[in-house]
Design a protein around this ligand. Structure first.
Ligand code: AMP
Ligand code: ZN
Length: 461
């Protein structure tokens, strides 16, 4: 299979470090608020990646962190800790905030049919590992101290910024504002000291002094703890390329004295608003999965919507576009229910042909739009039996994750069937008025009755 590696800016053949096994780390949420649907797009992308790896028979070990300390309002080292802002906003402890929004996040990913990571790890539960990593960097001469923390000296690495292809000289030539005591603009905090005059809400003792870890540190410390010093895949949204992931690479490669720390870096493009506005974690542009549900969309309508665009392309969000996905997904569900339980001879040759096309596309840097197109081709194909179609759709769904395997026909309540029968009698007797009344009554109960050659059909409204 081929994957686009941000590190080389190329689609590369995927070759894991250990045969048949894949270690994969995904930067998880900062749990100071609900995830917005933009954040969730990036987890749908990593879920597809994981499913494709499994489909190719790799044994995947998937790790995701929960950021519950250290992520400041700017991705660099300025501003307030997002968790502390949430504590003030909601009058709760950091633990309560983290617990509440972690639960909400896990609920969202479950609804989106995203397979849970094998390991969840919280930054606050890995302070020891983070301190050890700083000590290692300190011994190797990569750190220096300022009045507010311990910093990583990026000038000590020749290839700092290789992921983002940052031109350090140009950055340094820029304004010096905001440099403070930092030696270089790109240097970043490994440990920040608590204020001298007051207790910080979240702080830990360390050999360097009381304080808290810098945001980038947790991902390096925890990924290496669970996946080993070097591992295969690291994912996140594109916003992480210039700062967060660049700094993760710097500190990790400095610590292990080996390159590359991670073999493949994959980044998901952003979900953008049609108006050109940024998806935000507050205000009108704060669209969550529950916002969509309240407007009558199911989480899987949203998943289908995301699959329609390649993960490396920006996806424009609008309710009209989502409505289109909803209609298509509903049609798909109806088709699958129609095909379910079909009998007949299997046509292995045609099955193989479609499976090959599908596999070729998903193995080509996760081309989900093409995979969806193949799925619809199968549905429309008249040379294969319904049984073949159903079998193929279930296989495709191992990647697409649209919940097709578990679909069940809704059992129509007896009361509705009785009303429909009564309506049929009225129609046969040409009593149109009564027939219309009964149709309305059925509609009020949440069902739609339609006329067919055989009599009628009932569907959920
Ligand atoms: P956060 O909770 O802010 O740490 O972000 C969680 C994940 O969502 C990260 O991988 C971000 O890169 C990603 N992300 C943030 N905004 C968007 C967006 N509008 N579209 C897609 N991914 C996003
Ligand atoms: Zn991270």
């Amino acid at each position: 299979m081929k994957l686009y590696n941000t590190l080389t800016r190329k689609r590369e053949e995927f070759v894991p470090i250990k045969k048949g096994q894949v270690g994969m780390y995904c930067c998880g949420p900062t749990v100071y608020n609900f995830a917005h649907i933009g954040n969730l797009r990036s987890y749908i992308f990593s879920d597809v990646l994981k499913r494709v790896l499994k489909f190719n028979n790799y044994k995947v070990k998937h790790v995701m962190n929960i950021t519950d300390v250290g992520h400041l309002t700017s991705d660099a080292d300025e501003g307030e800790d997002k968790m502390i802002l949430a504590m003030r906003r909601e009058g709760k402890t950091a633990y309560q905030i983290a617990e509440f929004y972690t639960k909400a996040f896990k609920g969202d990913i479950k609804k989106l049919n995203i397979i849970e990571p094998d390991i969840w790890c919280k930054a606050t539960e890995h302070i020891k590992e983070q301190i050890e990593l700083i000590e290692k960097l300190e011994k190797k001469g990569f750190t220096y101290k300022t009045s507010d923390g311990i910093y990583f000296d990026t000038s000590k690495l020749k290839d700092y910024g290789k992921l983002a292809k940052i031109k350090i000289e140009e950055l340094q030539a820029g304004k010096r504002v905001g440099l403070g005591e930092k030696k270089s603009k790109t240097d970043f905090a490994l440990w920040k000291f608590s204020p001298k005059d007051k207790k910080r809400e979240m702080e830990w003792a360390s050999p360097f002094g009381k304080g808290f870890p810098g945001w980038h540190l947790e991902c390096s410390a925890m990924s290496m703890k669970y996946l080993g010093k070097q591992f295969d895949i690291h994912t996140g949204g594109i916003d992480h390329i210039p700062v967060h992931h660049t700094n993760e690479i710097a500190q990790s490669e400095a610590a292990i004295s080996k390159k590359p720390w991670v073999k493949y870096w994959l980044h998901g493009e952003f979900l953008v608003l049609a108006k050109g506005e940024k998806m935000a974690k507050s205000g009108e542009n704060f669209i969550t999965l529950s916002t969509l549900e309240k407007k009558g969309f199911s989480p899987l309508d949203y998943r289908y919507f995301c699959l329609g665009t390649h993960y490396r392309k920006p996806l424009m969000f609008s309710y009209e576009a989502l409505e289109g996905a909803k209609v298509a997904y509903k049609k798909l569900v109806e088709k699958v229910l129609e095909l379910k339980g079909s009998k007949g001879k299997e046509n292995k040759i045609l099955q193989k042909k479609y499976l090959e096309t599908f596999t070729k596309d998903i193995n080509d840097d996760l081309n989900t739009p093409k995979a969806l197109a193949t799925m619809w081709e199968v549905i429309k194909e008249n040379k294969i039996t319904d049984k073949d179609k159903y079998l193929l759709l279930l296989i495709f769904d191992e990647i697409l994750g649209l919940g097709l395997k578990y679909l069940k026909k809704d059992k129509i309540p007896e009361k509705i069937v009785e009303l429909a029968e009564e309506r049929l009698k009225a129609r046969n007797g040409k009593d149109w008025k009564k027939s219309d009344q009964l149709r309305e009554e059925i509609k009020k109960l949440g069902y739609i009755v339609g006329d067919t050659k055989e009599g009628y059909e009932i569907n959920k409204a």
